[in-house]
Design a protein around this ligand. Structure first.
Ligand SMILES: Nc1nc2c(ncn2[C@@H]2O[C@H](COP(=O)(O)OP(=O)(O)O)[C@@H](O)[C@H]2O)c(=O)[nH]1
Ligand SMILES: [Mg+2]
Length: 310
């Protein structure tokens, strides 16, 4: 199945959620007036798009439709898609041609370990030599789970016993990464410690170990993993982790099977400097994809405003 169809299949709940509601306003559509715009805004808000992003979309749509004298539903939907794409898009692609150390952060259960397995497999299939660092030492099961993923992806892993210092695991991993000429190092981290400040302290410490030991020719990335099914909660998580880490990208998991995919728009509207790099669409090793904003906007508004809806 190609990416577009896989994405379409996985986004079915978000798509139905949004497109069914949109169809209902086009059923009574006569022109782009304030009534229509208010309805549209309401739909967005009820579909996990934040108030501020919904407002922005409404204002842009009003402006554009007035300016270009757009009146047909089909054209309005096209304008709407363009506005959404504009919010979602990010100019720079994630380049991993150079050596790269990637820290994976996020709260417990969002899918960090699974994502590391998928990413390792993905980079490996792109011809990269990948090393995994099991720096979630909080639970013994965490490193074991990661080891299984390392085996599936056929990658090396550095792990220590439960309760070891995660900074030491990362230190050892970087040493191996440098001396054995790996291309990409992906570090798992814990998502739940005794309390939040404890978690943040540990992450900061790991981050410092990376900064201290990374080679000057090596890139560093911090990817925050978010569970898309938590909708607007994702925004708080980005805010919290941004306080201590320079997040360079987001990975949204579990987009399959949630109707809350609209929250993606809120995140990009709020954190303009943080791109969505990858999305997780299932529990299998190959269920990870580069995020494509065009596909996303096309899918959630597919068939809306077409003549059959008028
Ligand atoms: N449906 C679905 N489940 C996922 C996805 N990513 C992770 N999971 C599941 O989420 C649960 C928690 O994942 P895990 O990687 O252990 O999360 P961690 O605590 O952040 O390391 C597991 O049951 C995974 O199979 C995804 O993209 N789609
Ligand atoms: Mg984990």
């Amino acid at each position: 199945m190609n990416l577009f169809n896989k994405l379409k299949e996985s986004l079915i709940k978000t798509k139905e959620n949004l497109s069914n509601k949109f169809r209902s306003i086009f059923a009574f559509f006569t022109k782009v007036d304030e009534d229509f715009l208010d309805n549209l805004e309401e739909i967005l808000i009820s579909s996990d798009v934040s108030v501020s992003a919904s407002n922005k979309i409404k204002d842009k749509l009003r402006e554009k439709c007035k300016f270009d004298n757009i009146q047909s539903p089909e054209k309005i939907v096209q304008v709407l898609k363009d506005i959404i794409k504009e919010i979602l898009e990010f100019d720079q692609k994630f380049e991993y041609d150079e050596k790269n150390i990637i820290l994976i952060a996020g709260v417990n259960g969002v899918g960090k370990t699974t994502t590391i397995g998928k990413l390792s497999n993905y980079f490996k299939s792109e011809g990269k030599k990948v090393l995994i660092s099991a720096a979630d030492t909080f639970r013994a099961a965490a490193a074991e789970q990661l080891e299984i993923w390392a085996q599936r992806a056929n990658c090396n892993i550095v792990k220590k016993s439960e309760g070891s210092d995660p900074g030491a695991v990362v230190y050892e991993s970087i040493k191996k990464f440098n001396s054995e000429n790996f291309d990409i190092l992906i570090c798992d981290t814990a998502g739940r410690l005794h309390n939040k400040s404890n978690l943040m302290d540990e992450l900061q410490k790991i981050n410092r170990v990376v900064d201290k030991n990374i080679d000057s020719s090596c890139q560093k990335n911090v990817f925050l993993v978010l569970d898309a099914s938590t909708g607007q909660n994702m925004v708080n998580q980005v805010e919290e982790f941004s306080k201590i880490l320079n997040i360079t990208g987001l990975i949204l998991t579990k987009l399959d099977g949630t109707a809350k995919g609209g929250a993606i728009i809120s995140i990009r509207e709020k954190f303009k400097e943080i791109p969505i790099r990858y999305i997780g669409l299932g529990e299998q090793i190959e269920d990870i994809y580069e995020f494509d904003c065009e596909h996303f906007a096309d899918i959630i508004l597919e068939n809306v405003g077409k003549s059959s809806d008028e």
